[in-house]
Design a protein around this ligand. Structure first.
Ligand SMILES: C[S@@+](CC[C@H](N)C(=O)[O-])C[C@H]1O[C@@H](n2cnc3c(N)ncnc32)[C@H](O)[C@@H]1O
Length: 301
């Protein structure tokens, strides 16, 4: 056992994450976020970000992702943060392990402004792959604003299995006839009907609600990296901004749920999880990361 720190529902382990993962019980985690090794080839003070070729990196990650699936609750979600070096390989690996139907989205997080490189288009985003354990049952809490909005519940084009007739207020909605298909499942439609959110305009279904749709381009100022490249960061070199974790944790878990990060680094996930009233299991192979995170958690008191 390598428990480094425990306070209330938050635990930090210092060890190779595969060792911890193998000990964790089945279905014990509600939400996993990991800012994984990007395989840059860089050697840092306390770990090497060199896993070999992308295919060798896949084999390094394979047993870890298999264990992550095992420990994830039946309605759990997982976010793998990577960049252009491994994103496509990780997508294929995650499809193999979690199942392609459980892929939800690929999120593009803008990390910085252009840095003036020439002879290439500057790379300004990294990628967060979002999967759930079961696409029929997972936590996703919509964000609400103050004013109502109208969004269509259909899209153009007939799609087999997605253009079925549904009944609303005793009337048929026949999207096939209009060469369109549904954007939402029958269950989601029923939920919206129950909440009085559905209205028909020119024979087509729309949702009226205060829900603020959030897209998969995360480019707001608060999403950008805010560390400096010229100074040594206070505790860790490349922390992700709190806003990224706030959006993921508040949307895809409930208060009191257990959040895990198995590549903890400077502990952004741990700090945000604690602040949002979640429990947590966090792991890093390095003492420096554990120590830095522990200090941040203590400062929250
Ligand atoms: C990219 S950093 C994570 C940064 C973090 N997202 C933050 O906001 O500070 C990756 C971390 O993974 C850790 N790490 C590398 N190999 C590991 C392993 N096998 N098990 C656990 N942690 C590992 C490193 O020590 C490093 O702290």
């Amino acid at each position: 056992m390598s428990l480094y720190y425990q306070d209330g529902g938050i635990k930090i382990y210092q060890e190779d994450n595969i060792e911890l993962l193998r000990r964790l019980p089945d279905r014990s985690i509600n939400l996993i976020y990991c800012d994984i090794l990007y395989n840059t080839g860089k050697v840092f003070d306390d770990y090497s970000d060199n896993l070999g070729s992308p295919k060798e990196a896949m084999e390094w990650y394979r047993p870890r992702f298999e264990e992550m699936k095992r420990v994830l609750a039946d309605n759990g979600s997982i976010f793998i943060h990577c960049n252009w070096r491994l994103d496509s390989y990780m997508r294929i690996l995650m499809d193999e392990i979690f199942g392609e139907r459980n892929f939800r989205n690929r999120i593009y997080r803008k990390h910085s402004a252009e840095r003036g490189f020439y002879a290439n288009f500057d790379s300004q985003v990294d990628i967060i792959l979002y999967y759930v354990k079961d696409s029929g049952n997972f936590v996703f809490k919509e964000q609400h604003g103050t004013s109502p909005r109208v969004v269509p519940l259909f899209e153009n084009g007939y799609l087999e299995g997605r253009s079925e007739i549904r009944i609303f207020n005793g009337e048929e909605i026949n999207l096939e006839k209009r060469n369109k298909h549904w954007l939402i499942s029958q269950k989601q439609f029923d939920d919206m009907v129950k909440k009085n959110q559905v209205q028909i305009i020119n024979g087509l279904p729309y949702r009226f609600s205060t829900v603020v749709p959030v897209g998969n381009l995360w480019y707001e100022d608060c999403m950008l990296d805010d560390y400096t490249r010229t100074d040594v960061a206070e505790v860790y070199d490349t922390p992700k901004p709190d806003a990224v974790l706030e959006r993921i944790i508040s949307t895809c878990s409930n208060e009191g749920d257990t959040v895990a990060d198995f590549f903890m680094g400077g502990g952004t996930t741990a700090v945000v999880a604690k602040r949002l009233g979640r429990k947590g299991v966090f792991c890093d192979i390095n003492r420096k990361a554990c120590c830095a995170t522990m200090k941040k958690l203590e400062n929250l008191k």
